[in-house]
Design a protein around this ligand. Structure first.
Ligand code: 5GP
Length: 212
């Protein structure tokens, strides 16, 4: 039986190229109850990205205004650009029992831990090897050689934070990793703390015993 529950904040973190976006896409394809938290960013849009779908692309003054007005649940500077999570959609989804996936870095994850740890389940994704990571970054070929080097250096820093996450996945095979993420999400949805008005439900059951 389904009991009303609060949504799950599922955080997927990994160095660029470790497979996070492919896993998220596969997850969204067959699970209508989870959607991406669309971040705002000051980074330039890549050719295959759509404004409002992958990110909300905004300029630095607009970003600073949102941050100053408390509209961002967390924010960070990554690879020299600003990123942030708009607050309103997250709150709305969680209270409607809908789950939300965050593709954010460790700085953002730590900020969310401070504010909403009980709503969160976090997964850190590692590449099977650096050879494979570089290959994936080059295959993507949307970034210049200099950018790829910068992303590899950043990967080293990002990896240092694996132990701040609830789960670690080594992404060797997309299908297998996606299935592991689905398992983690399925368990998170069943945690007692997410169920709403469980006290009342149990009290009703007890009352029924009392009135036998
Ligand atoms: P990319 O520019 O490749 O899309 O993302 C670069 C990095 O920024 C990734 O590690 C991604 O997880 C992170 N990122 C994307 N959006 C956000 C956000 O809203 N907040 C934080 N803290 N990091 C983000």
């Amino acid at each position: 039986m389904e009991h009303a529950r609060r949504g799950v904040m599922l955080v997927l973190a990994s160095p660029s190229g470790a497979g996070k976006s492919s896993i998220s896409r596969a997850l969204f394809a067959d699970d209508p109850n989870i959607a991406l938290s669309v971040s705002v960013t000051t980074r330039a849009r890549r050719t295959d990205e759509k404004d409002g779908v992958h990110y909300h692309f905004i300029d630095v003054p607009a970003f600073e205004k949102m941050r100053a007005e408390g509209e961002l649940l967390e924010s960070a500077e990554v690879h020299g650009n600003f990123y942030g999570t708009p607050r309103s959609r997250v709150e709305e989804r969680l209270s409607n029992g809908r789950d939300i996936l965050f593709d954010i870095d460790y700085q953002g994850t730590l900020q969310l831990y401070e504010k909403c740890r009980a709503d969160m389940v976090t997964i850190f994704i590692l590449p099977p090897s650096i050879k494979e990571l570089r290959k994936r970054l080059e295959r993507r070929a949307q970034d210049s050689a200099g950018t790829i080097d910068k992303r590899l250096k950043n990967a080293r820093i990002e990896m240092q934070h694996y132990n701040e996450y609830d789960y670690v996945l080594i992404n060797e095979d997309l299908e297998d990793s996606t299935s592991r993420v689905r398992t983690i999400l399925a368990a998170a949805r069943l945690e007692r703390s997410r169920f709403l008005q469980l006290d009342k439900f149990v009290k009703d059951l007890q009352d029924q015993i009392d009135s036998l």
